[in-house]
Design a binder for this molecule. Structure first.
Ligand code: XBP
Ligand code: MG
Length: 251
């Protein structure tokens, strides 16, 4: 069996986008619509239990604002809020202040040079993915990914396996040919639900979650001059993730 493709989650995996990216963008959209909703960094930790911005807003209303007076067509209102939130988020990315996590750009370049196929399987919108790649890596990097599977393309978002199954089907590959990269329990449940072996890089919101199914759990992918911390699994004596390690883990 030969490793053929790497499939990446975006939020929390390629970059730490949640606390200082999506969260302030939601708050900006709420302020724009003169809503007295505000999501603190702490509250957002709970809200992240639901993936998808539209679904997250509905969860917030159900759990924290059951008495809020809302427009009759709630779905249309949430859709408009989400559209405005996406614009605030991409404007924020355009400032270039949300960098990729350690090792991500290097591993993507190495993988591409080694002939591995690349794809993205995410809950966020395609506009957000292309903006992150454009402003945090390069315009050209968007075309490195032969499939960008995003957002509402599938009916059931993570932790359902649908977005990974869709990606595999588009690539014409089976799960046994690929590795997935995730940062959250919802993410690994989705990837493992599609039978993908998965490497997890945790962040402050996800560090305590259950990653028992992961091949490796790390604090980040690491760089030659910045070793990663191994929280679970065997790095085969290496201090950062590179293509040779991925092939070793795979065989
Ligand atoms: C990411 C998400 C997304 C983002 C917000 O999960 O859950 O909802 O938080 O993006 P994952 P949108 O990393 O597992 O894909 O508002 O565009 O949904
Ligand atoms: Mg994620």
């Amino acid at each position: 069996m030969t490793l053929q493709a790497l499939i990446f989650d975006v939020d929390g995996t390629l970059a730490d986008t949640e606390r200082d990216g999506h969260r302030p963008a939601f708050n900006a959209a709420f302020a724009q619509h003169k809503l007295d909703w505000h999501w603190s960094a702490e509250l957002y930790g709970d809200l992240l239990s639901v993936t998808g911005g539209k679904e997250r807003m509905k969860y917030y209303l159900r759990k924290y604002r059951p008495d809020a007076s809302l427009p009759e067509d709630l779905d249309a209102f949430i859709a408009q809020l989400h559209k405005d939130k996406t614009r605030h988020y991409t404007d924020l990315l355009a400032t270039g202040n949300i960098p990729l996590r350690p090792g991500v750009a290097r591993l993507l370049r190495e993988a591409k040079a080694a002939g591995l196929r690349l794809a993205i399987a995410t809950t966020t919108t395609v506009d957000n993915v292309t903006a992150l790649l454009r402003y945090s890596l390069s315009e050209a990097s968007i075309s490195w990914f032969e499939v960008i599977a995003a957002g509402d393309l599938v009916a059931a978002k993570k932790p359902a396996p649908d977005i990974y199954l869709y990606t595999l089907q588009k690539m014409g590959l089976s799960a046994a040919d690929c590795l997935a990269f995730e940062d959250s329990e919802n993410g690994i449940r989705s990837a493992c639900g599609a039978n993908l072996r998965t490497i997890v890089t945790v962040n402050d919101y996800t560090r305590q979650q259950d990653f028992s199914e992961a091949l490796l759990v790390l604090d980040h992918l690491g760089e030659p001059e910045q070793a990663c911390e191994v929280l679970q699994g065997d790095m085969q004596g290496r201090s950062y993730v590179d293509v040779a390690l991925l092939r070793g883990l795979f065989s």
